[in-house]
Design a binder for this molecule. Structure first.
Ligand SMILES: C[S@@+](CC[C@H](N)C(=O)[O-])C[C@H]1O[C@@H](n2cnc3c(N)ncnc32)[C@H](O)[C@@H]1O
Length: 205
């Protein structure tokens, strides 16, 4: 299963320009706004799960963040980000892993996931994701998550997705996380389309 998923995502990043994929955003504005509102120190440990080639890590390095990790199933995605960052890539921990099979070896203060959890359409995949999430966070840790909203696309990158509103996401994570804030975003794709996203910020109890 992982091999097929990995092959799919490797191929996406090998064959498409990073700024042409539907999820590309020139600036990760909603994530930065969510982080600003949390008033966290730049020493906080953040992991971008399924971070792909996102520039979130670039913007956080510029702001002085010092404990950053990007995890993705696709090594070519991380290669794009590393090449863009040149020498600064060494200031980030890069992990190639399927989050549903990954066992974190430490705690993170912030677990950020934009458009990854919604690919987990099987209950056992979501259970495995939560196992990793709960191993990699501690009481007080923050989960920032964005999925397609109920009126968002039914598929992304050729794969089926599960769409969520805030209540549905809250029930996915209610065993360990309390909802702190939620909002919707209309993402504009590079091709000019619009995609409805649901964002939630949770705090680990
Ligand atoms: C829609 S893209 C979003 C990328 C990034 N979060 C962003 O906002 O630009 C989904 C990302 O999740 C990664 N991914 C998909 N399934 C994964 C899994 N099971 N474990 C880790 N990464 C995964 C893909 O390789 C891809 O980079």
């Amino acid at each position: 299963m992982t091999a097929a998923k990995q092959e799919h995502w490797d191929e996406v990043y090998r064959t498409k320009a990073a700024d042409s994929v539907s999820w590309y955003q020139p600036t990760p504005a909603p994530s930065l706004r969510a982080l600003d509102e949390l008033h966290l120190p730049v020493t906080a440990a953040l992991i971008d799960v399924g971070g792909g080639a996102s520039s979130l890590v670039d913007r956080l390095l510029e702001r002085g963040w010092s404990d950053l990790t990007v995890l993705d199933i696709a090594a070519p995605a991380l290669d794009v980000a590393k090449a863009r960052l040149h020498g600064d890539a060494a200031r980030v921990a890069w992990l190639v892993a399927d989050v549903t099979e990954w066992r974190p070896g430490r705690w993170y203060d912030i677990w950020h996931d934009r458009a990854v959890f919604h690919f987990l359409t099987e209950p056992e995949q979501r259970i495995a994701y939560r196992r990793a999430l709960e191993t990699g966070t501690a009481p007080g840790s923050v989960l920032i998550i964005a999925t397609f909203a109920p009126d968002g696309p039914e598929r992304c990158s050729g794969l089926a997705v599960q769409r969520y509103d805030a209540a549905a996401l809250a029930s996915e994570f209610s065993s360990a996380f309390a909802l702190e804030s939620e909002w919707r975003e209309e993402h504009r794709t590079p091709a000019g389309g619009r995609q409805s996203f649901q964002w939630c910020v949770f705090r680990r109890r």
